[in-house]
Design a protein around this ligand. Structure first.
Ligand code: SAH
Ligand code: SF4
Ligand code: F3S
Length: 433
């Protein structure tokens, strides 16, 4: 028996899909297979923006035929979208051929849901309230070598006014530091070369008196040749201690993903972000004073309700001032149940599109300018994959830039020094030194 998992959304979800694979193995499935050959198909969904949901709707709908033709095929849909208020009921009605619907807090019970489905015909629905669980006992089937994701915390308490995550992922809960350190030690011993610590808001990690800076310090003290990344950080919890730990360890990548969302204080307040433009730029200044070559990436939202042209231009000027190496850019998408969804002053689509086009053009220009500075330099990259189309190996440097190179030998999982010959957007092209 084989499984096929389709994942939407963030790195948290990608890692959750590795856990789903682990549960499927325990439930008797041998391994992954293409969609048409699978005995169980699992959708791990996202609801951060409307288009993430529409994407999933389309692909789930397309399974109707396969389900009719293939006797015994199980279709399971889980993740953030299923956890949304009223969504499981909606999905059940819209797609009656779904066999199992499970929410974000039902992962620990997924195996028993499969068993329940095998025993009866009806759709099995399980959308639980959060119970403070941390999924420690689930053994993931990892697919991301040489990188390994390690959850350090779950949930979010921030309630940014536009965001659905606190509603679908529950309250913040941290894993025990001992369990995290043991997991990282095992991964490093198994040969993983990059550890990414994951949480919606890693800076609010806490286990007794171990805060995030202490945890990161302890992870970086583990012996072995590997790198440490972490995401995501919230500017309101940014600390000098964190910068000090990043400075102290060579193992910690000099890259900070620090979502700013907007450059205008009135909009930031409406978003409930709890920092100002000045505070944010002050944090970057501190970071770069201590670690001059640290790269910063960010997330940006345009067309938040009531955002004026001048306020949008504050986002543009912030991008100029902050010197980001790249950014994810989004058009605000109203999410039912969030505070912002009830706000007046929705920005018309054509204005939103115009703003995002201008923002993307600026972000791309900044990315190109920054990348160009790398030409002629030597950077260490960790080789992750082989690009069939380009006929080149690829990997990232510690700053998060993609480096491409040719090699006769299989280099996946190796650290390689590349002399950069050419830069194109966020991608660098080089030769092994
Ligand atoms: N916990 C992380 C990531 C949250 S989701 C953090 O706080 O940074 C990733 C990004 O999606 C956010 O940073 C934000 O830029 C964007 N996002 C979240 N909700 C959104 C919405 N309703 N519309 C548009 N973009 C949104
Ligand atoms: Fe959403 Fe804000 Fe929490 Fe990030 S910090 S997950 S944007 S509520
Ligand atoms: Fe991630 Fe999407 Fe859920 S961004 S936390 S999968 S809503």
């Amino acid at each position: 028996m084989k499984y096929h998992i389709v994942t939407y959304g963030c790195q948290m979800n990608l890692h959750e899909s590795e856990k789903i694979a682990g549960i499927l193995k325990e439930a008797g499935y041998d391994g992954p297979a293409p969609l048409e050959e699978a005995d169980i198909i699992v959708f791990n969904t996202c609801c951060i923006r409307e288009n993430a949901e529409n994407h999933a709707f389309g692909n789930i709908g397309a399974l109707k035929k396969l389900k009719r033709e293939k006797k015994g095929l199980i279709i399971a849909v889980g993740g953030c979208m299923v956890q949304e208020e009223g969504k499981a009921k909606y999905l059940k009605e819209k797609f009656p051929f779904i066999d199992i619907l499970f929410g974000t807090h039902d992962l620990p019970r997924f195996k028993s849901l499969i068993e329940e489905k095998r025993a009866r015909k009806k759709t099995v629905v399980s959308v639980s309230e959060e119970r403070g669980e941390t999924e420690d006992h689930i053994r993931p089937v990892r697919t991301s070598y040489p990188n390994a994701w390690v959850n350090i915390m779950y949930g979010c308490n921030n309630f940014c006014s536009y965001c659905i995550v606190p509603y679908v992922r529950g309250r913040e809960r941290s894993r025990s530091a001992t369990a995290i350190l043991r997991e990282v030690e095992t991964l490093v011993a198994e040969g993983y070369r990059e550890i990414t610590l994951l949480g919606q808001n890693v800076n609010s990690y806490r286990d007794g008196d171990v805060d995030f800076a202490k945890l990161l310090d302890a992870v970086a003290c583990i012996e072995g040749k590997f790198r440490v990344r972490f995401m995501t950080s919230h500017p309101k919890d940014f600390s000098a201690e964190l910068v000090a730990v990043m400075k102290k360890h060579k193992k910690i990548c000099k890259h900070l993903h620090l979502p700013v969302q907007a450059g205008n204080d009135r909009i930031l307040a409406l978003m409930n972000r709890r920092y100002t433009r000045e505070k944010y730029l002050g944090e970057l200044a501190l970071l770069r004073r201590e670690i001059p070559d640290c790269e910063v990436t960010t997330d940006l939202i345009v067309a938040f309700p009531t955002e004026t042209e001048a306020e949008f231009e504050d986002t543009l000027s912030l991008v100029e001032a902050a010197d980001f190496s790249s950014a994810f850019t989004f058009i605000y998408s109203p999410r039912t149940g969030t505070k912002a969804a009830a706000m007046e002053g929705r920005i018309p689509d054509d204005v939103a599109k115009d703003r995002i086009t201008r923002l993307i053009a600026l972000v791309n220009r900044k990315t190109r300018e920054k990348s160009a500075r790398y030409v002629g330099k030597t950077v260490e990259i960790l080789c992750e994959d082989f690009d069939e189309k380009k006929g080149m190996y690829l990997g990232r440097d510690e700053y998060g830039r993609m480096g491409y190179f040719k090699s006769e030998k299989d280099m996946i999982g190796q650290f390689v020094d590349l002399k950069i010959k050419e830069a194109n957007g966020i991608s660098l092209y080089g030769e092994i030194v």
